[in-house]
Structures are given as C-alpha cells and as structure tokens.
Design a protein around this ligand. Structure first.
Ligand SMILES: [Fe+2]
Length: 226
C-alpha cells in the first residue's frame, strides 16, 4: 500500500484551526508576597492533611481570600486575572463569583494527587513560592485518540497527539485552567515549602434568553422538588 505524504511544494501556506481547544493560560507576573507576611499568615491559620491521597497541607478555610481582609491585595489579583481570562480569553460577559479559595503548602517530598475541581467553571492557582515541582495535566485522550484510539507512532509530541502535559511554574505565576481538567503535581524536591493560593470561579446572574427557551436566573433558583 502506498504511504500518504508529499512534498511541501504542494501548497503555499499551511494554516491550522485548533478546534475545541482547552484554554490553559499562564500569566507571568511580578506580584510577589513578602516572606514575613506569608510566615505570619501561615502561623495564624490552620491547615489539615488528609491521611488519604492528599499529601499537602490544605487550609481549613475554604473561602480564604474572602475570609481574611489582610488577603484583599491577593484577592484583587485573582479577581482581575479571572476577569481577564473570562473576558479576553473565553470572551464571555457573564457575571462571575469566586465560591471557593484556599491555600496549600507542599512540603519536601510531598505532592498533590490527580484531581479536578467540581462545581467550578475555571480555576486559578497562584504560585507564591515554588522552587521545585510541575503541574501535570492529564487528558483522557489526545485529539487523535478521540478520532480513533490507536497506539500511534508519535514523531514529535504536540497539542494534537499528547494526552499529558507538564507545566513548570515559577514564583509569581498565575495559572488559569478549565476546572474539569484533571491535574496533579510532581513532588516538591526542595527544602523550601511550595506555597500556592487557589480559587474556583463560577458563573452567576441572568443567563440565556426567554424567547430562545434558555433563560436561567442563577441568582434566584427556587428548589421546587425537595
Ligand atoms: Fe487542583
């Protein structure tokens, strides 16, 4: 059977249209939190480590950015980056809320198991301290595995043929990703704790149109079938 292929002179340009992309964005910033502030805040608060799969110290506060006025300067960054992502990346104008926010400390040797964020549209993780470790993204299948689940002979890994991705965060990074993306972290191999703040975002307000039978008022949902 003749192999399909041909010389590049066959065309003038080759343009891609990457349909159904998953918009994971890295915002590089020079927003850094002072050591003393972080240390004092951690000492004043409580963290728990589940003795199951979770190998990180997670804040007991689940709305940490709204609970503590002294974190307003961090919350403001989250809100503005969340808005930028919604308006300029997703290009949606819906109202947003930030229903969950947390702080997580990963000590040397620890890592975060694979998980996703339920009841959220997208999530933001801010790396306050990170000297070691990657954010690992695990998709169920690559794009070409969705077409047919062959075990392909990959020449170079790219966005079409890869189902896992490694993102190497630096201090000051805000990573924004759709909340249904499965992710985990590699172990922190540095003496210094890896410290992140995270937040989930969700849609609120009036959605859809009455005439199109899509109207939904998320600010006023009445439970009729208890
Ligand atoms: Fe997560």
């Amino acid at each position: 059977m003749k192999r399909i292929g041909g010389p590049t002179e066959l065309y003038k340009t080759r343009a891609g249209l990457n349909l159904q992309a998953k918009p994971l964005y890295v915002y590089k910033t020079d927003f850094f939190i002072k050591d003393n502030f972080l240390k004092d805040f951690i000492n004043k608060n409580t963290f728990h480590r589940d003795h199951g799969k979770i190998k990180i110290d997670l804040s007991t506060a689940t709305t940490i950015l709204t609970d503590f006025p002294e974190l307003d300067f961090i919350k403001e960054r989250f809100v503005n980056i969340g808005l930028d992502y919604a308006r300029n990346v997703l290009q949606i104008e819906n109202d947003l809320i930030m229903p969950h926010s947390w702080m997580a400390i990963t000590k040397k040797g620890n890592s975060h198991h694979e998980h996703l964020h339920q009841n959220a549209l997208f999530s933001i993780v801010y790396y306050a301290r990170v000297k070691s470790g990657s954010l690992m993204i695990a998709l169920d299948k690559s794009t070409i595995e969705h077409i047919f689940n062959f075990h392909y002979k990959i020449k170079n890994y790219n966005i079409y043929n890869s189902s896992t991705w490694e993102v190497k965060p630096e201090q000051g990074d805000f990573i924004v990703f759709p909340a249904d993306i499965r992710h985990s972290t590699t172990p922190n191999e540095d003496e210094e704790d890896r410290i992140i703040f995270g937040a989930n975002f969700f849609i609120t307000g009036q959605m859809g149109e009455k005439q199109k039978l899509t109207e939904l008022d998320l600010t006023n949902v009445e439970v009729q079938w208890p």
